[in-house]
Design a protein around this ligand. Structure first.
Ligand SMILES: *[C@@H]1O[C@H](CO)[C@@H](O)[C@H](O)[C@H]1NC(C)=O
Ligand SMILES: *[C@@H]1O[C@H](CO)[C@@H](O)[C@H](O)[C@H]1NC(C)=O
Length: 443
């Protein structure tokens, strides 16, 4: 009785957010302030803000002391990390990163991994906390082998927010088999290269919003298995772009919404990528997309040539809606804004493309192309049926209403892979005209 009163008392302090696509509450179960009643400052466990002393062991010790009902604090200052940490079995615990952690070690794996933890918050109270992976030191040698900046595995009821993740040797942030998470107010900035993913998520009941990614691979990408994920206010500020995939055998992705996605100078605005495989992607909405300067725009490719073919007749794509897409693509004659190439042995069904107007930035032509794809709009065939060869139509006039806002601070030149990448400040907005859902820390 008493326990349940306390539990609901704590919950009442937090906004209860159940937004459309989500299946229930996301975020920590207890408040930031309740966790702050017990703090474990890494400086008291041997850490030094001298950019030399390894913060790994002190961080692990501080976690051990505070992992139940406490807050691990990394105060403002510059820290070196030469050995990685796995922080596990936490309950009602926060990790407050106000300093900057610089990678100095060279192992693979994950610089910081959180696992098997419930009711967790990782954040910067000032908006200035960051993990600087210094990936350029590895990338300049032509190598991509190295650590991820941050990985969460089997974490439930959590949030990660107001942090910058910079120049990861490999991926920046992955969430694997997590539930009830909220990720927001994040700036991710990596090298201009494939394989340096921003956010990869395969989890259940997640709200990811107000995130900026710069790199040349995944912006915010959903992998299998995943369900009930809402991804909104995403700024792919020179990136690879967002995607579902790559998808292989037994894919199980459903109830995903991407909304308010601004993509600039990326490989695509949204790609669904596979080659063979099995399983399904269903009940997904891609709404309010603005693109400028991208190679592909809407790009479904179930014969993706960068992936070796997987056994199976193809992942079945059903009930996917693309609506309100505006803007311009880089060169519509070489890469048109609509490409829906489905598996011949598993044709797509119930695809809807509506309120879609994009035009080319160079030349005066663009194409739409569909293959084995059924639904409504543009080159999609009506109804259901068997495979058909690609049908391509070419336009030589701009569609009405294609013009769309730009972000005033679009990155003009990539950061490359050979020199240090500066830590960004958190942007004030992640989509034209949209204020972040939560106030940015320190603003
Ligand atoms: C299609 O997906 C949308 C969005 O998830 C959902 O609301 C709708 O019920 C689905 N339609 C069918 C026929 O399943
Ligand atoms: C986009 O990235 C560039 C370089 O990181 C940055 O200067 C700019 O502020 C970013 N845009 C926004 C709106 O934050």
């Amino acid at each position: 009785m008493r326990a349940s009163t306390l539990f609901f008392g704590a919950l009442a302090l937090l906004p209860i957010l159940v937004v459309g696509q989500l299946s229930g509450h996301v975020g920590p179960l207890t408040s930031t302030s309740s966790k702050a009643s017990k703090t474990c400052n890494v400086l008291n466990y041997g850490a030094k803000a001298d950019k030399t002393t390894d913060i790994g062991p002190p961080l692990a010790s501080a976690w051990a002391a505070c992992q139940t009902g406490g807050t691990v604090v990394i105060p403002a200052g510059d820290y070196a990390m030469s050995t990685w940490v796995t922080l596990k079995n936490g309950k009602a615990v926060a990790l407050q990163l106000d300093g900057v952690i610089y990678r100095t070690g060279s192992a693979g794996g994950n610089m910081i991994m959180i696992r098997d933890t419930q009711d967790f918050e990782m954040h910067s109270s000032t908006g200035k906390g960051a993990v600087q992976g210094n990936g350029y030191q590895i990338h300049a040698q032509g190598s991509r082998s190295g650590a991820r900046n941050l990985r969460l595995y089997k974490v439930t009821d959590f949030s990660v927010h107001d942090l910058a993740l910079v120049d990861a040797p490999a991926f920046h942030f992955s969430m694997d088999t997590c539930t009830n998470g909220e990720v927001y107010n994040m700036a991710i900035r990596g090298g201009d290269w494939g394989g340096l993913d921003g956010i990869d998520v395969w989890s259940t009941n997640m709200w990811i919003h107000d995130v900026m990614v710069t790199n040349k691979d995944e912006c915010v990408t959903v992998k299998s298995p995943a369900k009930n994920i809402l991804i909104e206010n995403i700024y792919c500020n020179w990136s690879g772009g967002c995607a579902l995939g790559s998808l292989g055998a037994n894919t199980a992705i459903s109830n995903i919404v991407y909304k308010n996605v601004y993509t600039w100078s990326s490989n695509q605005m949204m790609m669904i990528k596979s080659n063979g495989g099995s399983g399904y992607v269903e009940d997904v909405v891609f709404e309010n997309f603005i693109g400028h300067g991208n190679a592909y725009s809407l790009d479904v490719d179930q014969y993706w040539s960068s992936m070796s073919a997987v056994d199976g007749s193809g992942v079945k794509l059903t009930n996917l809606t693309f609506k309100n897409w505006k803007g311009t693509e880089s060169n519509g004659a070489s890469r048109g804004p609509i490409k829906v190439v489905c598996a011949d042995d598993a044709p797509c069904t119930d695809i809807t493309i509506s309120d879609f107007a994009m035009w080319t930035e160079s030349g005066s032509k663009q194409w739409y192309s569909c293959r084995s794809a059924y639904g409504t709009g543009f080159c999609l065939k009506k109804g259901t049926g068997s495979s058909y060869a690609a049908t391509t139509s070419t336009q030589s006039a701009a569609p009405t209403g294609y013009s769309a806002a730009s972000m005033s601070a679009d990155l003009k030149t990539a950061f490359g892979t050979t020199i240090s990448i500066p830590i960004p400040t958190l942007p004030a907005s992640y989509y034209p005209g949209a204020a972040p859902h939560s106030k940015v820390a320190g603003s």
